[in-house]
Design a protein around this ligand. Structure first.
Ligand code: NDP
Length: 305
């Protein structure tokens, strides 16, 4: 079997086009504020893409960049100011934050109505109770890929590997809401392959490059790879990529020092799975699209339409 690749690009583009069309009909501009602290290079790239996309879709965007030594209270007071502003509908504090800034307290200060990352306990609680909530963008994007690719979720056995608050747990809750039968695995799970092999839908959100191998995947499964890892070792890359793909990856390692790899071994996954989301080009593209949708939804809920 050779898996069909599920590209995130057309789905992300469709969601963004829907958001842009709705924004154009609103009569006001939803506003998204992104707070970044310090100089983490990956955060700079993510925030840049969020700001650019917000503007492209006709929304108002603000980027507040604080130095790496910003105090906890300084970040907290920025969040409070943004909470109080009527023109700001969405607030996103880019993680990770420097050590002196206590991220849980910052995230809990964000007005739940403006919590477009869906990390506030109020939204987490509402999601787990099955009520309308702002839900975390990456797992929400996974649901969109599955649904818009015409893949049935209800009644299927979904196995989520990873239980972080950002991906694994909300992913499991969203799949449950879609009526999947859900199993959550983590680092203390015994005999992981025996469980993951049973999955109709296998979601990998682990943070270890190529960790999910052929032995973890049941024939004909749908495998969704949430992982984003940098791999710089060429020998390791040759274990992950087919002959067709490998030269491109080696060239990337030689040019910029690394290639992007998910949590699934793609060479082995395509031999077992029926559907597979590639890295890059799969789930990752959906995250910003879902952030845009959350900003629009937050604006409509706050402003009554
Ligand atoms: P975390 O490190 O917070 O969580 C990793 C999870 O994987 C933990 O629950 C951990 O278990 C589990 N795990 C680790 N090792 C094993 C193992 N050997 N067997 C089974 N489970 C294991 O990572 P995140 O959830 O934040 O991110 C996961 C991946 O998704 C990363 O690659 C990240 O880069 C990517 N990501 C992609 C995004 C996007 O596409 N836009 C957004 C966010 C993340 P335990 O809890 O027991 O420690």
């Amino acid at each position: 079997m050779t898996a069909q690749l599920l590209s995130g690009k057309p789905i992300a583009e469709a969601i963004k086009a829907e958001v842009a069309a709705e924004v154009a009909s609103l009569g006001y501009r939803p506003g998204l504020a992104v707070v970044r602290v310090g100089e983490d290079p990956a955060s700079a790239v993510y925030v840049g893409s969020k700001v650019k996309t917000t503007e492209e879709l006709g929304m108002h965007s603000e980027h507040i960049h604080l130095p790496a030594d910003a105090s906890h209270d300084g970040v907290l007071s920025i969040v409070k100011e943004l909470n109080a502003r009527d023109d700001i509908d969405g607030i996103l504090v880019q993680l990770p934050l420097p050590e002196q800034v206590r991220d849980r307290e910052i995230l809990e200060e964000i007005d739940p109505a403006k919590d477009v990352d869906g990390f506030h306990p109020m939204n987490v609680g509402r999601l787990s109770q099955g009520y309308d909530a702002l839900v975390p963008c990456t797992p929400a994007g996974v649901i969109q890929i599955l649904k818009r690719s015409g893949l049935e979720i209800a009644g299927r056995h979904a196995v989520v590997v990873g239980r972080s608050n950002i991906v694994g747990k909300p992913m499991a809750m969203l799949l449950l809401q879609e009526n999947a039968t859900v199993t959550i695995c983590h680092s203390r799970t015994r005999d992981l392959p025996a469980i993951t092999q049973q999955a109709d839908i296998l979601i990998a959100a682990i943070g270890r490059p190529g960790f999910i191998r052929g032995e973890h995947i049941g024939d004909g499964a749908t495998v969704v790879d949430v992982g984003i890892n940098n791999v710089s070792d060429q020998d390791f890359a040759s274990e992950l990529f087919s002959e067709g793909e490998l030269p491109k990856r080696i060239a990337a390692i030689e040019k910029r020092g690394f290639t992007l790899v998910g949590d699934v071994n793609p060479k082995e996954a395509v031999e077992r799975a029926a559907y597979f989301t590639p890295v890059p080009g799969g789930v990752g593209l959906l995250t910003v699209a879902m952030l845009m949708r959350n900003t629009l939804e937050a604006a409509k809920a706050r402003r009554g339409r």
